[in-house]
Design a protein around this ligand. Structure first.
Ligand code: ADP
Ligand code: MG
Length: 698
């Protein structure tokens, strides 16, 4: 067996016990896994820094010096221990928030220590929080090590005597073997073109770099490799798919489309809508199956684009269907389409879980004999019994609510797969789109219909309820409606529901003259819909709800979105919620209500929300704050590979280059058969074997 594929348990210094822990705690089984268990930080042991040399929040540094004095600051729970640390020329503050007794018992004044830590700028002054301090007397033997790697460990690993230090030892031994040479994974062309480090060197230096520059170059190489293979995989799958299926062609722009466009379109399309329709139409005449993602902020008019595309299908004697994640939303789409299309003689039907048996029968017949042109519905469309005469276009709204398998299911609703248009109002940063939806073409509606007043967003503390209540009162008296949204997550469901219940009672007491609705996910669908309907009709003035109202709902008269416990929502979700208002002609408001004590992260989020209405900007900010794993809409889709070193928030440029490079390779050699590409093919197969997570379609 190839060295890299061997189990780690036979490596010197590992053995069955450690191998078991590493597998369980860190998913490491092979030599390859172990060598790619990259350190998360390094301490620069190549030299001692002087305090005055500190210029940025660079890598960890080491400084020789003494503690001059200790001081406790703050009160109660917020007590912290600080110390002045001097290197003979200058002093810098050290700070501990936890374990202060241990620190003060252990550390001595007038003793020379070697301090390791990452400098941070706080109130315009440099400090070290929780630095490591080692007496100079015991320090000596490490002096020549270069940059010293530190590894992530879990509690279990630590308690099994497998801390960062032990892992460092194991890696050091492994690197002596790796140094003899491991198979390269990038072709010589690519290495030369981008001046990348060979793999052997990069692996050794990511663990034990002689200096910061070498570390930087090793990181670049490994990041590029990671991003390149993700793209190579995605683009290759796309090519294979295009080769295996032809696509329906819709050459005709006919009666239905033209008549609707001329006589029924209630307003002028925005330029962005026009552009997107052109892009979609180009796909529909290309002879290839379309797989396109339509991104457009809330209220940008995606429904109308879907409708026009459906008419193109109908003009060419195909059927279309539109699938939405909730009954409320499906019903709303159905009403929109029916309202706009019934005079035109286009037949539209609605199919959901609550469609009666008899009605179902009529729909099935219409679908099979082709008299039904457009079917709107929920997950109910996925059922095997839903068969079409000739389905040519599938539109999936709020696609992130559907799983990969569900989306793939729609492919089999005709002899050859229909065109697929997936839509989302959760803008996805470009880097994520290229990675998660890398096999989809992307269209963007980046313009709102004219005349919309931008929503004004304010951050209130829950100590300011009186003022807020007056505001709500005025809005309702002026004829507007108000949403009050509470967070609800599974882990704290009971408490969250209690909060909502309390909030509902509070609203009833505060506004005895107003009608108040309540909607949450635990209610029966029929009950929920009835309450939604009452709000939609204007019978109720205030809607107290959980995030069930988040998706797609359209109540133009609602002008206030009050978000309770806003600190508990992610940025994308806040933005989605905000999009429920601002749909009519009136000025709309979004109020973010939080407690008074907020972490820096939360404060930042509130600031971003109050200062921007731009969904793409917010999505980018979200990616930076939370990382790709937690982004809304990515959890279900999943990243194709786990990214160990590349960062989609910061490595965007490199991702573009990696994608372009992968494209060039595949254009020149789609099967990866040329001698210089055999190693790419082999590495791709190897990665594929490990990843069970690839979907057919994203
Ligand atoms: P979303 O993209 O969030 O799904 P919708 O399709 O629900 O947005 O559209 C939001 C509102 O904007 C709807 O009331 C729709 O009728 C209206 N709308 C769509 N396109 C235009 C346009 N070009 N001009 C004016 N209003 C439009
Ligand atoms: Mg919509």
């Amino acid at each position: 067996m190839e060295f890299l594929e061997q189990s780690i348990q036979y490596l010197p210094g590992v053995g069955p016990r450690i191998a078991r822990i590493l597998e369980k705690e860190a998913g490491i089984t092979t030599v390859d896994d172990l060598m790619r268990y990259y350190p998360y930080k390094h301490i620069d042991r190549t030299r001692f820094y002087l305090i005055r040399d500190i210029k940025d929040e660079q890598t960890y540094v080491q400084i020789k010096g003494q503690i001059i004095r200790f001081e406790y600051q703050g009160e109660g729970k917020k007590t912290r221990l600080t110390a002045q640390f001097g290197d003979g020329y200058n002093t810098i503050e050290l700070v501990w928030f936890k374990g202060t007794k241990y620190v003060i018992d252990r550390l001595r004044l007038n003793t020379t220590y070697v301090l390791f830590g990452k400098p941070a700028l706080f109130n315009d002054k440099w400090n070290f929080a929780h630095p490591e301090l080692e007496p100079l007397s015991t320090y000596t033997e490490k002096g020549t090590m270069g940059l010293e790697p530190y590894y992530n460990t879990t509690e279990k690993m630590k308690s099994s005597n497998l801390g960062s230090k032990q892992i460092r030892k194991i890696e050091l031994t492994l690197m002596q073997m790796v140094m003899r040479g491991i198979p390269e994974t990038l072709s010589q062309d690519i290495l030369d073109k981008f001046k990348l480090m060979p793999l052997t060197e990069a692996i050794v230096q990511i663990h034990f770099p002689p200096n910061p520059d070498a570390l930087q170059r090793a990181r670049q190489r490994l990041k590029f490799e990671e991003l390149f293979y993700v793209q190579l995989h995605i683009l290759r799958q796309t090519k294979l798919r295009e080769q295996s299926f032809a696509g329906f062609t819709f050459p005709i722009v006919g009666h239905y489309f033209n008549t609707f466009y001329k006589d029924y379109l209630p307003f002028q399309l925005t330029n962005a809508q026009k552009r997107v329709i052109k892009e979609i139409r180009a796909d529909m005449v290309s002879g290839k199956q379309m797989n396109r993602l339509l991104q457009g902020d809330v209220g940008s008019g995606k429904t109308l684009v879907a409708l026009l595309c459906a008419l193109l299908a109908v003009d060419n004697n195909y059927q279309a269907c539109i699938m939405a994640p909730t009954e409320i939303l499906a019903t709303q789409h159905y009403q929109t389409l029916k309202g706009m299309l019934s005079d035109l003689g286009v037949h539209v039907a609605l199919l959901t879980g609550s469609t009666k048996k008899k009605e179902r029968q009529v729909i099935h017949e219409g679908l099979m004999n082709g008299t039904l042109h457009i079917l709107v519905g929920t997950h109910a469309l996925l059922e095997d019994t839903v068969q079409f005469y000739n389905l040519g276009l599938v539109v999936i709204d709020e696609q992130h609510r559907f799983g990969v398998a569900q989306r793939a299911k729609m492919w089999s609703k005709n002899m050859q797969p229909p065109h697929i248009l997936v839509m989302t109002a959760t803008p996805i940063p470009r880097t994520l789109a290229m990675t998660i939806y890398g096999d989809l073409k992307v269209s963007v509606i980046d313009e709102l219909p004219p005349g919309r007043k931008p929503i004004q967003t304010y951050h209130y503390y829950n100590t300011q309820r009186q003022k807020l209540n007056q505001f709500i009162y005025k809005q309702v008296m002026a004829g507007r409606q108000v949403y009050v949204v509470y967070p609800l997550i599974e882990e704290s469901e009971k408490m969250d529901l209690a909060n909502l219940e309390q909030g509902y009672l509070y609203m009833r007491e505060t506004f005895p003259d107003f009608n108040i609705s309540k909607v949450h996910g635990k209610m029966k669908p029929a009950e929920k819909d009835a309450e939604m309907q009452r709000f939609l009709n204007g019978e109720t003035h205030i809607m107290v709800a959980t995030t069930v109202i988040e998706v797609g709902v359209n109540v133009p008269n609602a002008s206030v979105m009050l978000i309770e416990n806003a600190e508990r929502f992610g940025l994308s979700q806040l933005h989605q919620l905000r999009g429920r208002v601002g749909r009519g002609a009136e000025q709309s408001y979004c109020i973010l209500l939080t407690g008074v004590k907020l972490g820096a992260d939360t404060r930042k989020r509130m600031e971003i929300m109050t200062s921007s209405n731009d969904g793409f900007y917010i999505a980018e900010a979200d990616l930076k704050l939370r990382g790709p794993g937690d982004m809304e809409g990515t959890a279900q889709s999943g990243l194709p590979f786990e990214l160990k070193i590349a960062n989609l928030a910061t490595d965007g440029r490199m991702l573009e280059i990696a994608r372009k490079t992968a494209m060039e390779v595949l254009d020149a050699d789609p099967q990866l058969q040329q001698p210089e590409h055999l190693l790419l093919d082999r590495q791709l197969k190897k990665l594929n074997q490990r990843q069970i997570n690839w979907g057919v379609i994203s």
